[in-house]
Each structure stands twice: as C-alpha cells, then as structure tokens.
Design a protein around this ligand. Structure first.
Ligand SMILES: Nc1ncnc2c1ncn2[C@@H]1O[C@H](COP(=O)(O)OP(=O)(O)OP(=O)(O)O)[C@@H](O)[C@H]1O
Ligand SMILES: [Mg+2]
Length: 275
C-alpha cells in the first residue's frame, strides 16, 4: 500500500503564496446582543492590503464580538463589511480564521488535519492537497510531525497545526482572535516571531485581536484601541518599528517603550470610564 507522500509527483504544483492581499473595510458597523445594550454603534475600520492591524482593548469591549461578526457567527444590525469592495461572506476563499483554541480533529494526523479544508473545498486533486498541506506544515516548522496525532503534540505545536490549516487554502485576509492567548509566555513570544516570519513570506492582510499590549505593538503596523462598548475605536497608533523584528531586541527599543507607555495611559483612561 502506498503512503500519502507517494501520491505526490515531483511535478505536483505546490503553493505559490496567496493571491493579491485583501482590503477590508468596516463602515458604520452596528451590533447589539438581543436584549442587551449596543456593543458597536458605528464602527469604522480598515485593513489595507498587506497591512498588519492589531485590535487591542480591555475585557468586554467587543473584540470577540467583532471577530464573530466578521466570521458570520453573528449578524450585524447595521453598516457594512466589505472585502475588496464586495460584501463579506464567511465562506469567501480569501478569508482565513485562527481562534484561541486550535480545534483540531483528534482522530486525524497533522497532515490530514491540514488537508481537511482543502478536501472540503474540492478544487485540488488528492496529490495537490497533500503537496499543499505538506508545504504549509513545513512552513510552520512541523515537517517531522506530519504523521502524528494532536494528542502527541505540545500546545504550541497544536497551534502551529491550526495556523498551517488556516494558511493552506491561501487566504489573503487572516482574522485572528487571541490565537496565542492560551500559550505560555515563552511559546507565545516564539509564535509571535513565527507569525511575522510567515507574514513576511506570504504578505496577507491581518486583523489580529489581542489584549496583550506588547504582542500588539510587536506584531502590528497599526494598533487600534477599542474603548468601552459601544464607544468603538478610542484611538489608533501607527507602529514605526523596523522589520524584521525579534522579540528580544524590538521590545527593548526606546520607541517600543514609548508606544507601550502611551497605550498603557490610554487603556487606563478607557478602563477608568468603565462603570
Ligand atoms: N452572547 C452574549 N449575549 C449578551 N451579551 C454578550 C454576549 N457575548 C458577549 N456579550 C457582551 O458583549 C460585550 C462584548 O463582549 P466580547 O466577548 O466581545 O468582549 P471581549 O472584548 O472579547 O472581551 P475579552 O477580552 O474578555 O475576551 C460584553 O459586554 C459582553 O458582556
Ligand atoms: Mg474575547
């Protein structure tokens, strides 16, 4: 019997990287949970093609709600969300989601977990699916673990599989809700660096939700701070730090510390206004 790798011929096309990076535009977005007060009244936010935007905000300000609106788990009450000028639909191939929990299928190997979405999409042959899945498994540094099952992996490795699974269909807009929030501090910093490395190769647009100030500054081109619901955006901060960034050196730069102090002050102001 042939193993999965035998299906891949040398001529099998592998990933060429994502298509044109996406432009995301939220205009006057409004949302309230049934029977509760508004979370957003008129939220306006853009992610430019290839831009890395971090959304920061205190607990309860609406970060997960925002991602759930973009993922189609919740329906907006008003306003619009457009991807490259078209109304966003959760099933658009341009979109990729990474959530806090990796949610891998425990009965599938790493390779089959990453391949799963490609099988469902049905646009690639079996050999192309395997080649594509292997490419992204290699890219997240798990080449040697492709045949392992999720229970044989560390938390950081599982989150890498989740990242590879999201990247494999080659989305041009990545939407992430605290994807590294459950990891220990050392693994988290490492994953932050890995994400930047992948982004520098793949060039997607990224909207990254976090409540970690250092993570937001370290990753992003722009940090958007949400205020108390339903205020929406409190302020924005352009992050002018050189790339490539490494956690050990970038976080020691005087400008990084200025950004951190500025955001700490703003967050203190925002949380003071909490009832
Ligand atoms: N299912 C729900 N029904 C009613 N209200 C909800 C529901 N889910 C969230 N909320 C409320 O909506 C607001 C925003 O919640 P959300 O989970 O988006 O916050 P968050 O910024 O992600 O917080 P955290 O940092 O704690 O994850 C909060 O006031 C919360 O109590
Ligand atoms: Mg949340």
């Amino acid at each position: 019997m042939h193993g999965a790798a035998d299906l891949v011929s040398p001529s099998t096309p592998v990933a060429a990287g994502p298509r044109r990076a996406a432009h995301l535009q939220l205009s006057e977005l409004a949302f309230a949970y049934p029977g509760a007060g508004s979370v957003f009244r008129a939220l306006n936010l853009q992610v430019q093609p290839g831009e890395f935007v971090a959304v920061l905000g205190p607990s309860g300000c609406g970060k997960s709600t925002l991602l759930n609106l973009l993922a189609g788990f919740l329906q907006a009450d008003g306003g619009s969300v457009q991807l490259n000028g078209q109304s966003i639909r959760p099933e658009m191939p341009e979109l990729g989601y990474v959530f806090q929990s990796p949610n891998l299928f425990p009965w599938l190997t790493v390779l089959d977990n990453v391949r799963f979405g490609l099988q469902m999409a049905g646009s690639l042959s079996a050999a192309e699916q395997i080649a594509r899945a292997r490419h992204y498994i290699d890219l997240v540094g798990l080449g040697a673990a492709a045949e392992l099952f999720p229970h044989q992996l560390s938390g950081g490795m599982r989150q890498r599989v989740s990242l590879a699974r999201t990247l494999a269909p080659e989305p041009t807009l990545l939407l992430a809700d605290e994807p590294f929030g459950a990891l220990d501090a050392i693994t988290r910093r490492h994953m932050n660096e890995e994400l930047l490395r992948l982004w520098s190769q793949l060039g997607q647009s990224i909207l990254f939700i976090t409540h970690d100030i250092d993570e937001a500054i370290f990753l992003a081109d722009r940090v958007v701070l949400l205020g108390r619901a339903p205020q929406g955006i409190d302020s924005e901060l352009a992050i002018d730090l050189p790339r490539p960034r490494s956690f050990a050196s970038t976080t020691r730069l005087p400008r990084f510390l200025e950004y951190r102090n500025h955001l700490l002050d703003r967050i203190a102001h925002v949380t003071e206004t909490f009832a």
